[in-house]
Ligand binder design. Sequence first.
Ligand code: BGC
Length: 800
Amino acid sequence: MKRFCLSVLGLICLAVSSYAAVSGTVIDASGVPVPDAMITYTNLANRLIYAYSNASGQFCIPAPSEWDLNNLSMYKTLPCNTGVRSVPAGTKAFSGFNIRTQGSTVFFSVGKALHVVTADVYDSRGKFVIRALNRALADGTYSLTLSAGLSRQMYCVRLSDGTHAEIFSMLNCGGRIAAPGLDKIMLSKSSDPVSLAKITAVDGLRVGKTGYAPDTVQLNTYNDGFGNVKITKIDIEYRVDSLLSLMTQDEKIGQLMQPAGTTQDIARTALLGSYLKGEGNAGPMNGALQTRLKIPLIVGNDWVHGGRLVYFPHEVGLGCANDTLLTELAYRIYAMCCLPLYNNECFAPCIDVHRSDFSGRVYEGFAETPELTVPLTRAAVRGLQGTDLSSGTTMMATLKHWAAGGGTNGGGGWANANTAPNLGVLATIHFPPFLAGVKAGVASVMTGYQQVFGVVMSTNKQLVTDTLKTGWGFDGFVITDWGTSNNQEAACVNAGNDLCMTVDPNTFPAKIKAAVPGTIPQARLDDAVKRILRTKFRMGLFENPWPNLNLNNYLASQEYRNVARQCVRKSLVLLKNDNATLPLAKTANVHVVGTWADHMGYQCGGWSATNATLVGNTNALATGDEGWQGSTTAHGIPGATTILQAILAACAGKGTVTSNTTAANIPATANVIVVVVGEAAYAEGSGDKTDISLPADQQTLVQTCAASGKPVVTILITGRPNVLGTIPGNSKALVAAWLPGTEGEGIADVLFGDFNFTGKLSVTWPVSNAQEPINTGNMGDNVGAGGAPLFAYGFGLTYP
Ligand code: BGC
């Protein structure tokens, strides 16, 4: 993509005359004139008047005395293409107010008898200048005297009679106006007092290249009676409209597609707007930049707990840690690892408030309550997105799975579950994290597989369009979940989904074309495209579609590992600690038992790159494959530390550490047995169960260890609170370690007392399957057989 990088060198020469037209030439850094640049007198809310540079780069903004908002055609006769706009919507062009200035006095007639009128005057930067009460003249005209000596510049006046407030922008009033009565200074009128701040917030003269790449031209500031005019960036909405107006229907439809992987050729020929899984491949972006409009791609990926050799605890662990700063930091590191693989959309955080532990996605969410999920949602969005999506170290977050994804009961089937029994449950349990994320400025939201009130979310117009977009004012884009738009493309788009995940670029365009305008109104298609483009502009992709590959230098750094290790420490929940069995002495003879003690695949759980193709090599670093269902492979991530390895390191040179995957041959010399049990890795679908008991052989393992008479410390590696059967009774100490990721040392840190336990359960721990769903409080959704939980929500012991 050719990128303009315009800087303008002394380009404005003000015409010297009794009025102050602004004219000049827009040139680029090498002095070449830039045609079709838009030069705007503006403030944040109102584009007051604008002009386009002609083929020679010249422009002219006429003087206020030449403006006649009721007669736009006059501008056709001006030297350059000039126009006047009066925005925002609802603001009417207005010239009948009969304002005139004389010396430092502004006269205005309000057309009816008002009593006392206050006039607050703001300068072009929104700074309050003066408040004046009107003085009524005999003919019902009011006058307002500005302080003598005010410079001639742009002012904004807010008139109020106590009931109504009206805002007027003006130019050229002040002490230097030479010809009384000649200047018609009304430009726009807004009856919305709220917009005062917008109108007065930023004033300036903007210059931008039109079209899809309206690069901002930096102008020298100048001062000629208008005050110092600072050139500000052209606003994104203008760029969006401008680009949309250039697009063909095919190009628009292309923006809606996110196939599961692509090539440079397909990205180019299918006019793709997006695809899934960057995997370090620059090809597709190159393809997109070879298209007519050169619109860069959104590249999505699941980066739900880090990757590229450093995995953090899954969200349920972060929920127990409940540390917003640490969560923010963790997600920023995810972004910095993920970006150089050419991904720029992270399908995270999952903010489902999981209400049933039968669901295989419990570990993907922070907690069973909105109270815990809301602040961590904000933290995760802040971490991924920062305050500037174009910063180079931040990426777009995607809240998932809208709406009420956490309401599935798992056992009933993820895809078909009707997840909210009533509106109250929807509003009080499932909405709050999404609302918090939207308010935090999240760029995108993913609709889930689930149904709400019998309507599958991918086609649920009421919740996608009416609630999320119209109701909450979400102005980013909505993306469908994997495969949900296949074969119901039109229905998905019509419901309000904008980007369609995993569609087939060979068939999708024809289907959408056939549906517009019959099923999908053209305005809906345009709105979807605008939302996607708006996000791309916010991401700064048009300025720079490429990631900062220097971020690769930080991969697997000790700093990243330290943060992950800290997350592990804080995520651990001490459920039982009889006889102060913990902390262990580093000088002890520790016997470590169980497959889970030395198994990186299980320790990381689903969405982790420990699958067979990555074992024992550095591909995980290179590709960052997120390994959907996780791995059954014990080792495979270079630099990662299993629990056994961490215990060995903690005791090195002090105590003795022995180990065995089974309970056979327990050394007589052992002072304590650390047995690690849990669930094998899984993700959505395969993790859905109606029996969440830890298997009998694991219970037997703990029992056999206990039978040795030695104290048993049981560590649970699991994605949910399992039914534990005999395990608690056979354990002197019990620790929920969730799915901690690669930094096993975080567990040793706390086991050996270098750090205290601080984690508290973000989920209620059931005694039996029959109790499911079991959650704290009665929030109006389904409850199981009842009875006291094994461990209550919020429970967690500490060392004294
Ligand atoms: C999951 C999403 C995920 C998507 C893309 C779906 O199956 O439900 O959570 O982001 O796949 O991998």
